[in-house]
Design a binder for this molecule. Structure first.
Ligand code: ATP
Ligand code: LTN
Length: 332
């Protein structure tokens, strides 16, 4: 049986970018890949690469668990768990740090970006983060890793680390493939469509949160930055705003960008934005309704306990094998 692994950091509330780039893909793959075992986790160890408020972090962990299920993940089909509850992640993370070179880490664009935004107290783990991500994936012999575009470089590194380790110590890890959404692998900010839509942005109008008030959602779409040409077509270089909205429309309605373009070729921006906000609201409404029930339910803890128990068995077997391969401890 094949395996799929992916995770989301609990660094804030989830955005429409996270939904289109990650969550929606997880749900689709759950339904399409019947012969694939799925491991989806909350990457809380990754969250502490930057400072976090501990009360908010706990809240976000629970909130993401509820959102996973509210968005359609079936806990009977998917193993949902929290990364820090399985020590083997950190253990293999260290082994991956001892496989990767500093130069490789320093070349990661996400590291360079995030480092650039901070002036002091840049944590060592911000640099070594991709080694832990490699561990998350390799621990479960994942064949497929659904992620947004921004994680492509980290996945390439994971593949290189797996190959390097296998070459030095003998076949140990499966070399994984990334899986990227056809439309929407990089949803942009509504206010600055040259930048990624990020939950850590300062201007709330630039992102849509899955749990945003639905009126606010409509207003955010209606005030999204566009251009003065007045024509709807896809051109990410000259019309990044409209192109971003076309991408969101296509992703949420399971249409191609071409189809959406031709449906709106004679329409004005206002009509297009009105229709798009209806689609976004229709997507979020049932998710929010399910979320409100789930967040109060102790089902979440049961799901996370089961997920941990299953994932832990696999992870522990793998880390023992890795330690043996490396000659750590005593021979067993
Ligand atoms: P941060 O802003 O704290 O770095 P993030 O949203 O980039 O957070 P995660 O929450 O870990 O990071 O992302 C979870 C998944 O969502 C990843 O697979 C990522 O590629 C995807 N993702 C995040 N933002 C977008 C976006 N704007 N468009 C498409 N996919 C996205
Ligand atoms: N690095 C990812 C989150 C993440 C992840 C993973 C995704 C951590 N471990 C393993 C896929 C597989 C991010 O920042 N979006």
């Amino acid at each position: 049986m094949k395996r799929l692994v992916s995770g989301i950091k609990p660094t804030g509330q989830l955005t429409l970018g996270n939904y289109i780039g990650a969550l929606r893909q997880f749900v689709k793959l759950q339904d399409e890949l019947e012969d694939t075992e799925m491991f989806i986790f909350i990457a809380d160890l990754h969250a502490i690469t930057t400072p976090q408020d501990k009360t908010k972090l706990r809240k976000n962990i629970r909130s993401i668990t509820a959102l996973y299920i509210a968005c359609g993940l079936d806990p009977n089909r998917v193993h949902l768990f929290i990364q820090s509850e399985i020590p083997a992640h950190a253990m293999l993370g260290y082994v991956m740090e001892s496989t990767a070179y500093i130069g490789e880490m320093e070349r990661m664009t996400q590291f360079k970006d995030k480092k650039g935004k901070q002036t002091e107290g840049i944590r060592t783990s911000l640099l070594t983060y991709p080694a832990l991500m490699a561990a998350d994936i390799l621990l479960y012999d994942a064949d497929i890793v659904p992620i947004g575009d921004d994680q492509k470089q980290h996945l390439e590194l994971t593949r290189n680390l797996a190959l390097r380790f296998n070459h030095t110590y003998g076949d140990t890890f499966v070399v994984p493939d990334g899986f990227y959404p056809k439309a929407g692998a990089r949803i942009k900010s509504l206010q600055d469509p040259t930048r990624k839509m990020d939950k850590s942005h300062d201007n709330p109008k630039s992102y849509i949160l899955l749990l945003d008030d639905l009126k606010a959602v409509s207003n955010k779409i209606k005030s999204a930055v566009t251009d003065s040409e007045g024509k709807i077509y896809y051109d990410p270089v000259n019309k990044p705003g409209i192109s971003n909205l076309l991408t969101i429309y296509a992703a949420l309605s399971d249409k191609t960008i071409k189809d959406v373009e031709s449906a709106y070729k004679d329409a004005n921006y206002q009509t297009f934005k009105n229709d798009l906000s209806e689609i976004v609201v229709r997507t979020l409404e049932p998710i929010q309704a399910r979320y409100e029930k789930l967040i109060k339910d102790d089902l979440l803890d049961r799901v996370l306990d089961e997920g941990r128990a299953h994932a832990e068995r696999i992870a522990n077997r793998k880390i023992s094998k890795v330690y043996q391969r490396l000659g750590l401890g005593r021979k067993r």
